[in-house]
Design a binder for this molecule. Structure first.
Ligand code: HEM
Length: 410
């Protein structure tokens, strides 16, 4: 039976938790695997519970459709209205709308379609590494981890890259609202950022209608025109999601992954010497310190989590936090889970890309970008040293390094 007296409180505001959530996850998982927070959210940390919940058709992603009590201030109200008007992304839709949209976009992101991008990703990465080699140092996040995924997604959509800094800024403001501690102020800022990003994209979409190409945006426009299957609002919401997901996450896989290797030099050497490890290595880095720490599901009917004295009933419309980072460190699935082992046989069972119908659409793309960026970095330079302790962005949902200056020598 779980020892409730010593149960830790899930506190995303605690600086120690934010700095390194994994010891807290361990404690929660062993003492209170279904944990009820003071603000009424159920937190799941066991692999089986998280995997089952993500795949359960009775768990919704549609925060507005399930009678959940939500704050009644104007910012939340406007957010609800915008969603009702069709500006919902695929990530926040349930079937059948989710199925219809996902079918339309799947084709562009299949493993063969993504593999076709390899040569251009290699070229982008090599350009960055050439410049780094000349200077003997570079800043990993600003020079490699952010620009490569950003260029790739911009090329896929055939959207110009000149406004990269603004788009990065808007994306960061938008993803701040994914934090469990999001405030009305951050929602208001996101409203503003989203309006700017959408206005920019509307211009591009209108122009593209008359100049279709072989990019993903054109393909979606054709789908829109062939029948009433993808509305303009859906198209815009999807492009915003692609933009944000396309570079707010992979940047952290490249950053967190490189850091994990620099702290585990034996593993770095092993990967450097064995290109056959490329795929498994990236999966292990995703398991070890994945960019997306948790995601929410909403029960459509009252649902019991946990067993015995630890059982909790989550009401319909409440929030259930599936902690992917905790599931990925569950010792009942991953032996010695806090050890980085690029040869781990079951590394690819991680839930870093979620599971079920919302399984990450960009998984193949993220894997390609990370394996090329990190693989080529560690093979290009014999010496890679941290020039300063890396800093982490103060975020929990999308967690990652935001500055990592490196000295490099061939
Ligand atoms: C390492 C990088 C990435 C990670 C860790 C990641 C993680 C995730 C996770 C956890 C989800 C599902 C959330 C849930 O189930 O509630 C998701 C969904 C999604 N991701 Fe990614 N992602 C990454 C990169 C990308 C990239 C590069 C793209 C696109 C170019 C992308 C596009 C999407 C989309 C469109 C969805 C929604 C899918 C749906 O609802 O059916 N992601 N991602």
């Amino acid at each position: 039976m779980a020892d409730m007296t010593a149960a830790p409180v899930y506190n995303p505001l605690d600086p120690a938790f934010r700095a390194d959530p994994y010891p807290f996850y361990d404690e929660l998982r062993s003492r209170e695997p279904a944990h009820l927070t003071p603000y009424g959210m159920v937190v799941l940390t066991r692999y089986e519970d998280v995997a089952t919940t993500l795949r359960d058709p009775a768990m919704s992603r549609d925060v507005d459709a399930n009678g959940a009590p939500r704050p009644d201030d104007p910012v939340w109200r406007r957010r609800r209205e915008r969603r009702r008007d069709g500006a919902k992304s695929i990530l926040n839709l349930d079937p059948p709308d989710h199925t219809r949209l996902r079918r339309l976009v799947n084709k562009a992101f299949t493993p063969p379609a993504i593999e076709a991008l390899r040569v251009s990703v290699e070229q982008m990465v090599d350009d960055v590494l050439d410049r780094a080699a000349e200077r003997g140092e570079f800043e990993l996040v600003d020079e490699l981890a952010f620009p490569v995924p950003f260029e790739v997604i911009s090329d896929l959509l055939a959207i110009p890259k000149e406004r990269g800094d603004e788009i990065r800024e808007w994306s960061q403001v938008l993803t701040a609202t994914l934090e469990p501690t999001t405030t009305v102020e951050s929602l208001a800022q996101a409203e503003h950022a989203s309006a700017q990003l959408v206005a920019y994209l509307v211009e591009i979409v209108e122009e593209r209608r008359d100049n279709l190409g072989d990019d993903v945006l054109s393909a979606l426009l054709v789908a829109e025109e062939e029948g009433d299957r993808l509305t303009t609002e859906e198209l815009l919401a999807f492009v915003v999601l692609l933009y944000v997901a396309g570079h707010e996450t992979t940047v952290n896989l490249i950053g967190n992954g490189t850091l994990a290797l620099l702290r585990n030099r034996d593993q770095l050497a092993r990967w450097r010497d064995d290109p056959g490890l490329d795929a498994n290595a990236v999966d292990e880095l995703l398991r070890f310190d994945g960019p997306v720490q948790h995601t929410v599901r909403i029960p459509v009917a009252p649902t019991v989590f946990g067993e015995g004295d630890g059982a909790i009933e989550a009401p319909a419309g409440s929030s259930v936090l599936c902690v992917l980072g905790a599931a990925n460190h569950d010792p009942s699935v991953f032996a010695d889970p806090h050890r980085l082992d690029l040869t781990r046989a079951n590394a690819n069972r991680h839930l870093a890309f979620s599971g079920g119908i919302h399984y990450c659409l960009g998984a193949s793309l993220a894997r390609l970008e990370a394996s090329v960026a990190i693989g080529r970095l560690i093979r290009r330079f014999d010496e890679i040293e941290l020039l300063a302790e890396p800093t982490f962005r103060d975020r929990l949902t999308i967690r990652g390094v935001d500055r990592m200056p490196l000295a490099v020598r061939t």
